[in-house]
Design a protein. Sequence first.
Length: 120
Amino acid sequence: MKQYTDKQIQDTLKIVDSSIAGCEKVKLKLKEGSPQLSLNTNRLKALYLSKAFLEEKKQNYTSDEIERAVIQITSIKDKSTTGIKNAKEGTGTYTRFCRIIQAMDIVLDYLQCGYSSVLE
């Protein structure tokens, strides 16, 4: 795993916390049983798991839980990559997407390292 500075980890945690807050806020507006609620719930699980990895909280996650988190985090990154293509460079939207992409790269690195350790 690549080495990250404390600032990079703290910045990533801020973005993960912001994403969690956004998902929690939207969750209240989604209909029970809807695909949107299911997606939101899966993203929340992935973000909480990612936060635990970033904070190095020792929890026993299964390889399946980590794999599902990787899928959701990759989805967030892909959505941001698509969004950045439609944003003008130098705008707040562009900067926000850049930060999300960088944060999700760090999260994915942590998750993949965690996945490897579960398999050992």
